[in-house]
Write a protein that binds this ligand. Structure first.
Ligand SMILES: Cc1cc2nc3c(=O)[nH]c(=O)nc-3n(C[C@H](O)[C@H](O)[C@H](O)COP(=O)(O)OP(=O)(O)OC[C@H]3O[C@@H](n4cnc5c(N)ncnc54)[C@H](O)[C@@H]3O)c2cc1C
Ligand code: SF4
Length: 339
């Protein structure tokens, strides 16, 4: 472990003041926020990230640790713990895809510790990224190459990759947020702003080390999930190598608005197969106005993977991802909703 500066501000406004001072003194030095620490501390111990200053935001849990719903939207403070939101009765009843994406993630111990904000900002599990003895990793060392392209890439992405990086976005909760058209409130040295959640993660294109649209020193404060006609008929289906304590190899977050057996509207996001939380708009278009039969679901699933680019060891993810989506859609269509 390398030496680093540490502070623990008592409020968001104090945290932003500290950020301002720190960045003004040295805009080039590296700053990390600490929430549950379940990603950050791992990566520091592995010597993958080397922050010079850590601002511990755990005192903000009182201010930003809430789960609230007012009928028009669900509001989740970014420092709410994964386990608490997964167990919330309102979330389970009216936003099931959110509860399921959180309860199927990681382990009970991790969910008790980890925050929602830290969850969406977790880093890839690509083994070449997490082991600095590999010299070629554009995400860790910009311009160094990508060891995974010629290496062990069974777990890597087939959608949204580039020649510079084929890493999979590892989280689960983000897919639920994308499927439900969520937005996030960001607090930063230049004030607050709200952006659609699906513009948070950047595709790897030329600069895989730039993973999000957050500016230096910005803090995710809140997630806002609008109440819409499809949110109650929603679910998260996660396929993994073992049934617990494991990342997805394929996953689908789906939300449906049905009129009888016909699809009035649909929302789909894919996990485990893409470089970023992946909205499958072509598949959604193929479902609208159609009866939700297996044949229609299969057509939608084929469209969802039309742009897939397999690597040497991960072509299986295309068929697996399609089957996962078909199963998720059929399961969602047969959900019994309480009035
Ligand atoms: C063995 C293991 C298995 C796992 N399996 C899964 C899984 O199946 N599915 C899944 O989704 N996740 C999984 N995870 C990841 C786990 O869920 C994340 O580590 C956790 O959610 C991160 O939250 P945290 O609060 O601990 O974040 P931290 O580690 O504290 O922070 C993570 C990053 O986010 C930044 N950050 C944190 N909060 C904010 C904020 N509000 N604003 C701006 N920046 C912020 C930090 O600076 C840091 O860079 C697993 C982790 C482990 C160790
Ligand atoms: S896939 Fe991305 S994270 Fe993995 S080695 Fe290549 S550049 Fe690095």
């Amino acid at each position: 472990m390398r030496p680093f500066g540490y502070s623990r501000p008592s409020s968001v406004s104090n945290a932003i003041l500290e950020v301002r001072e720190f960045l003004a003194a040295d805009p080039q030095s590296s700053l990390s926020f600490l929430a549950g620490g379940t990603t950050l501390l791992d990566l520091m111990k592995l010597d993958v990230v080397r922050p010079e200053r850590i601002i511990d935001l755990n005192a903000l849990r009182d201010e930003l640790g809430y789960t609230r719903s007012d009928g028009s939207a669900l509001r989740l403070g970014a420092f709410a713990r994964m386990a608490d939101v997964a167990a919330d009765a309102e979330v389970i009843a009216n936003y099931p895809v959110i509860a399921q994406s959180l309860s199927l993630a990681a382990s009970a111990q991790l969910r008790n510790m980890a925050s929602l904000g830290g969850n969406v900002l977790q880093r890839t599990r690509c083994p070449y990224f997490r082991d600095p003895s590999w010299s070629a990793c554009n995400k860790r060392v910009p311009g160094s190459g990508c060891a995974a392209v010629q290496g062990a890439n069974r777990a890597h992405a087939v959608l949204g990759t580039s020649d510079h990086c084929i890493a999979t976005y590892p989280g689960d909760f983000a897919q639920a947020l994308v499927a439900l058209d969520a937005s996030i409130v960001i607090a930063g040295p230049r004030g607050n702003r709200t952006i659609p959640f699906d513009s948070l993660h950047r595709r790897p294109d030329g600069n895989p080390h730039l993973e999000t649209s957050l500016q230096p020193g910005e803090i995710i404060a809140e997630f806002i999930v609008p109440a819409r006609s499809w949110m109650r008929r929603s679910l998260y289906l996660k396929i993994r190598d073992r049934q617990s304590y494991e990342f997805a190899v394929a996953a689908a977050a789906v939300a449906l608005d049905l009129d009888g057996g016909m699809v009035r509207d649909a929302r789909i996001a894919l996990g485990g197969v893409a470089a970023v939380p992946w909205r499958a708009r072509e598949a959604e278009d193929a479902l609208r106005g159609q009866p939700l039969t297996e044949a229609v679901a299969r057509t939608a699933a084929r469209l969802a993977f039309a742009e897939a680019r397999p690597q040497s060891h991960n072509a299986y993810k295309i068929e697996l991802g399609q089957s996962t989506l078909v199963r998720a859609l059929l399961q969602a269509s047969s959900m019994e909703l309480r009035p």
